[in-house]
Design a protein around this ligand. Structure first.
Ligand code: ADP
Ligand code: MG
Length: 259
C-alpha cells in the first residue's frame, strides 16, 4: 500500500482535482484505491458523487476514533473507488484533536489496519499547514505537490518544503517529496513555459513529466459528481491525468525493482 498526500497550502491549485482524477485513473488502471478527503469543504467527496450532507460518518469520526474506517468509507458511484468522505464536521477536529495524545498519527493508525485492502491511498489535504494536513503528512510515504506555473508559484513552496522536512525529521521518516505536478498549464503563455522550465532546472526529476493542461472539462466534471477522467475521456485534461496515473504506477514499480 502506497500512501500519498496531495498538498499545497495555497487554495485553488488543483489539489482536489488531482486527488479525484488520479484516484479514478488509478482505479481505471486496475489499482485498488482509497481517496481520503481531509478538507472540511468536502469538495473531493462531492466531486466523487457522494453527498457530503448525507453521511452516516466521515473522516472526522475516524480521526476522533468514534468510527472505524470500514464504517465510514463509501464507494464513489461514478469512480468505483473507496472514499473516506469529509464535510464541515471536520473543521471541529482541528480544535478537538489538540489535547489528544498522538494527535498527528490518527489517520496513519486508521489506515494501518487496511494495509492489505489497497494499492494506493491518496489524501486530499486542505489549503493550510494545519493539524489536518499534519495528519496527512504523518500518514503518507510521499507528497505530491500540484503547482500552477505562475509568477508566485514558488512563493510559499519553501514553507511547504520546510514543513515536510520537519515532519520527516520528527514524526515520519518515510516521508519524501515524490514530485511537483504542473497543473492548469497553458503552453501559449510565455510565463507558463518560463516558470515550468525554472521548475525543471531547480527540481530536476522531482518534476513529473506529465503536464496537466488548463481544460474546462476538468472544471465542469465536479458539478456532475463524476471525475474528469471519466466525464469526458477524450478531453486533453482527462488524458493528462490518465498519463499521470501511469507515471505514478511506474514510479512505485521502480522502487520495488530497487529494493
Ligand atoms: P484546490 O483543491 O487546490 O483548492 P481545486 O482542485 O478545487 O483546487 O481547483 C480549483 C479550481 O480550478 C476548481 O474550480 C477546478 O475545477 C479548477 N481546475 C483545476 N484543474 C483545472 C484544469 N486543469 N483546468 C481547468 N480548471 C481546473
Ligand atoms: Mg481542495
Amino acid at each position: 500500500m502506497h500512501i500519498f498526500a496531495i498538498a499545497n497550502q495555497k487554495g485553488g491549485v488543483a489539489k482536489t482535482t488531482t486527488a479525484v482524477n488520479l484516484a479514478a485513473a488509478l482505479t481505471a488502471s486496475g489499482q485498488r484505491t482509497l481517496l481520503v478527503d481531509l478538507d472540511p469543504q468536502g469538495n473531493a467527496t462531492m466531486g466523487c458523487g457522494i453527498d457530503k450532507r448525507d453521511l452516516k460518518s466521515s473522516v472526522y469520526q475516524v480521526l476522533l476514533q468514534m468510527a472505524a474506517l470500514e464504517d465510514a468509507r463509501v464507494m464513489s458511484p461514478s469512480g468505483k473507488f473507496d472514499v473516506l468522505p469529509a464535510n464541515r464536521d471536520l473543521a471541529g477536529a482541528e480544535v478537538e484533536l489538540v489535547d489528544l495524545e498522538m494527535r498527528e498519527m490518527r489517520l496513519k493508525d486508521a489506515l494501518a489496519v487496511h494495509e492489505a485492502d489497497y494499492d494506493f491511498v491518496l489524501i486530499d489535504c486542505p489549503p493550510s499547514l494545519s493539524m489536518l494536513t499534519l495528519n496527512g503528512l504523518c500518514a503518507a510515504h510521499g507528497v505530491i505537490i500540484p503547482m500552477q506555473c505562475e509568477y508566485y508559484a514558488l512563493e510559499g513552496l519553501s514553507d511547504l518544503v520546510n514543513t515536510i522536512k520537519k515532519v520527516h525529521a520528527n514524526l515520519n521518516r518515510d516521508l519524501k517529496i515524490i514530485g511537483l505536478l504542473r497543473v492548469m498549464y497553458d503552453p501559449r503563455n510565455t510565463l507558463s513555459t518560463q516558470v515550468s522550465a525554472q521548475l525543471e532546472q531547480h527540481f530536476g526529476d522531482k518534476v513529473f513529466k506529465t503536464l496537466v493542461p488548463r481544460n474546462v472539462r476538468l472544471a465542469e466534471a465536479p458539478s456532475y459528481g463524476v471525475p474528469g477522467v471519466l466525464f469526458d475521456k477524450a478531453a486533453k485534461g482527462a488524458q493528462a491525468y490518465m498519463a499521470f496515473a501511469v507515471e505514478m504506477i511506474d514510479r512505485v514499480n521502480s522502487w520495488k525493482d530497487k529494493s
